[in-house]
Design a protein around this ligand. Structure first.
Ligand code: ZN
Length: 298
């Protein structure tokens, strides 16, 4: 007997959405880079919030929202990993674009970043400690979605599901464009340039942050109006990069090889760096005790 229609629909949605995420390497890299830029206060609070199974390492829990999203109880989170823009529009607008497939507003990656930042803010910087949020989950979601919003095709066109609908070849393998950006570019780089060792790639990115990109770091951390986090800016950058680099020369049926890989890898590495630096900046601000003392004394 076949699956009932609801079962088939859920299966289809899993197939469609299952690839909507930086792979495990991407999430691990963003969180590892962030860990290296956390203040002492922030690191202390992060360690207190982490579940036991994290063994004190933020990076080890950063793929958790991907692991749980197909569990029935967590299904509501599946639209929080991305945001779609209208077809061929290389810009992003919160009020136009941030909704889920049922049309519920704010149910997208940028909405999720605002939401979990607010939850942590209210607990650590705000005035309402009686609000009952699960702050461990808030931290793990925030760390995950901060990375997702930096993957250019997490802010891709709705018509092709952020590149998932564009079937391409990656060297000898068949895949889709979204998966190339989530996983294949990083995997191929780790194998080709870093002796199959992800930590070597992360170290190379960290060296770039203190060297070639050191002038850019403070501009990455900047948020308009001194906001704690600015996901709308990160999403706008992503869709521009999606148009300029991800979709370009990657029409359906194309086989992507060295030309594409070598020209896009620097974009991926920079987005991992920006995601990590910005995640650290948000956590440093949220978990800064100085700010709290300063405010409460006013
Ligand atoms: Zn995700």
């Amino acid at each position: 007997m076949g699956l009932p229609w609801i079962g088939r629909l859920l299966l289809f949605m899993q197939l469609v959405h299952g690839v909507f995420c930086w792979g495990k390497y991407g999430h691990y890299a963003v969180c590892k880079i962030a860990e290296g830029h956390l203040s002492e206060d922030a690191m202390g609070t992060v360690k207190k919030l982490l579940p036991n199974w994290a063994k004190g390492e933020l990076a080890s829990v950063c793929s958790w929202p991907d692991d749980i999203k197909w569990n029935y109880n967590w299904h509501w989170t599946s639209s929080l990993h991305y945001v779609g823009t209208p077809n061929f529009k290389c810009n992003y607008k919160y009020y136009r674009d941030c909704y889920d497939s049922a049309g519920h507003k704010n149910k997208c990656v940028t909405g999720a970043i605002f939401n979990y930042t607010k939850q942590l803010f209210s607990a650590y910087q705000g005035y309402n400690p009686r609000l009952k949020y699960n702050l461990t989950e808030a931290l793990m979601f925030l760390a995950h979605y901060m990375a997702d919003v930096h993957q250019p095709l997490h802010v891709g066109f709705t018509g092709d599901l952020g590149g998932t609908g564009i079937k391409v070849g990656w060297y000898r393998r068949k895949t889709n464009l979204h998966h190339v950006w989530d996983t294949m570019i990083i995997d191929t780089a780790v194998k080709t340039f870093y002796g199959s060792d992800l930590s070597s790639m992360i170290q190379a990115i960290q060296r770039n942050i203190t060297d070639a990109w050191s002038q850019d770091k403070s501009s990455w951390e900047y948020c308009i109006h001194d906001n704690t986090v600015c996901p709308n800016l990160y999403a706008s950058e992503s869709v521009r990069l999606a148009c300029k680099f991800a979709y370009r020369n990657a029409t359906p049926g194309t086989t992507l090889q060295d030309d594409y890989f070598l020209s896009r890898l620097p974009v991926v590495e920079k987005r991992l760096a920006q995601g990590g630096i910005r995640l650290a900046k948000v956590l440093n601000q949220l978990f800064s005790f100085q700010v709290k003392i300063g405010r409460s004394s006013r």
